[in-house]
Design a protein around this ligand. Structure first.
Ligand SMILES: [Zn+2]
Length: 404
């Protein structure tokens, strides 16, 4: 008989979540190996796996000889056909959609560029893409389990409302209310950089790190903080708005309204500004000819290509932005003492030039002279980090409370 109330029910859920987590990380794995990994006894593992098999969360995928036990053992894995997950990132100028199966394997994805940033337009387009992804996902992997949406702004998670997204120029947009009319599943709305931090921890460069600072530098600077393995949201859910830390009290006006925010000094816009100013000052650069034809054409990739050809203006602009990134990251390291700092977002395309400048700045400002270098890593998932983070959020929720 299953006991679902009181402490035993709580314990059972915890054990199930633990087994689920190990299945995601180590599959294919046998019951005996799961018992070793989780520290649970074999009978408990067999019992829980029985429930997971019965509810089709898990499937048998072959056998192995367990040398320690000296016998053949059945191997188990997450059943990818148990359902599908949808995740979207709404950015400044794009919508990115990922659909995965229950084993978090991507089965469909699309990145669509958009010029119109009005909430009505972006949400209608996102809905259209999510519905398309759902049709494909459900056909391949079974019923939709949950939807996640990442946005570059301050989110009220209780109501699923974007309170303020400076770079999209949105205020009080009730996203969950709009989506809930079309999806009956749970819907998670979160800051995109916070999702990206989760994505990097679960699927990317930060796998295995429990104290992690994620910095996403693009149109603005966002971030995410993982403390003791858990995402840190702060009292009201607005933590990690690193881009709006004041670094220059007399600096230029930020999209948020303040003066001298970090992102006015070290974002993509700041990098472009450096290039334009150098050209206006008459400095010689490979980028000059390209911009003469189309001033809007400048991209981070173009600046990287110029830097690779030793273009002095591109190199100097990247060094300057790297230095400002380093100044901000140094302060964050001093506050949070993370095991690793993961650098993502559009500017991570220029990682080969930015990371050395960031590291140099960190070394200059490091408190302990003999301390080892802070681990500074480039994000793995690139432009998909936030959408994969949404998948990680869904998984975390399913893992913590399997619907059995
Ligand atoms: Zn700001």
């Amino acid at each position: 008989m299953k006991i679902k109330t009181g402490n035993q029910g709580f314990l059972r859920r915890q054990n199930l979540a633990g087994i689920f987590q190990y299945l995601y990380e180590h599959a294919p794995v046998s019951r005996i190996e799961l018992a070793r990994l989780t520290g649970l006894n074999k009978a408990t593992v067999t019992n829980l796996i029985g429930d997971l098999l019965e509810n089709k969360f898990v499937r048998e995928v072959g056998t192995t000889i367990d040398k320690r036990a000296g016998r053949r053992e059945v191997l188990l894995a997450i059943n990818p056909q148990r359902g599908c997950f949808l995740s979207a990132e709404l950015g400044v100028g794009f919508i990115s959609i990922i659909c995965t199966n229950f084993a978090a394997e991507v089965i469909w994805k699309k990145r669509q560029l958009v010029e119109n940033l009005e909430p009505e337009f972006l949400l209608a387009e996102t809905l259209r893409l999510l519905k398309k992804a759902r049709r494909i996902g459900e056909k391949k992997s079974g019923m939709l389990q949950a939807v996640a949406v990442g946005i570059p702004g301050l989110i009220d998670q209780k109501s699923g409302t974007v309170l303020f997204a400076p770079n999209l120029k949105w205020r009080n947009v009730e996203i969950r209310a709009v989506l809930q009319k079309h999806f009956e599943t749970p819907i998670f709305i979160e800051n995109e950089a916070t999702f990206a931090a989760l994505g990097e921890k679960n699927f990317g460069a930060a796998k295995g790190f429990n104290n992690l600072l994620y910095i996403s530098a693009g149109v603005g600077i966002g971030g995410g903080l993982i403390i003791n393995g858990q995402l840190y949201n702060g009292a009201s859910g607005y933590a990690s708005e690193f881009g709006h830390m004041t670094l220059d009290p007399a600096g230029s006006r930020c999209a948020c309204g303040n003066l001298g925010c970090w992102e006015t000094l070290a974002s993509q816009a700041a990098l472009f500004r450096e290039i334009h100013e150098a050209i206006s000052a008459g400095k010689s650069t490979l980028l000059k000819e390209i911009l003469k034809c189309d001033a809007q054409k400048l991209s981070v990739q173009m600046i990287v290509e110029a830097a690779q050809k030793s273009d002095p203006v591109a190199l100097e602009a990247l060094r300057k932005i790297g230095t400002f990134l380093g100044v901000g990251i140094d302060s964050l390291i001093k506050v949070f003492n993370p095991e690793a700092v993961v650098f993502g977002g559009i500017l991570s395309v220029a990682g080969e030039f930015l990371l050395p400048a960031i590291k140099e700045e960190l070394k200059k400002r490091w408190l302990l002279e003999n301390a080892s270098d802070p681990r500074l890593l480039l994000a793995d998932s690139g432009s998909e980090a936030a959408a994969m983070g949404g998948i990680a959020k869904i998984l975390q929720t399913v893992l913590a409370n399997p619907p059995i």
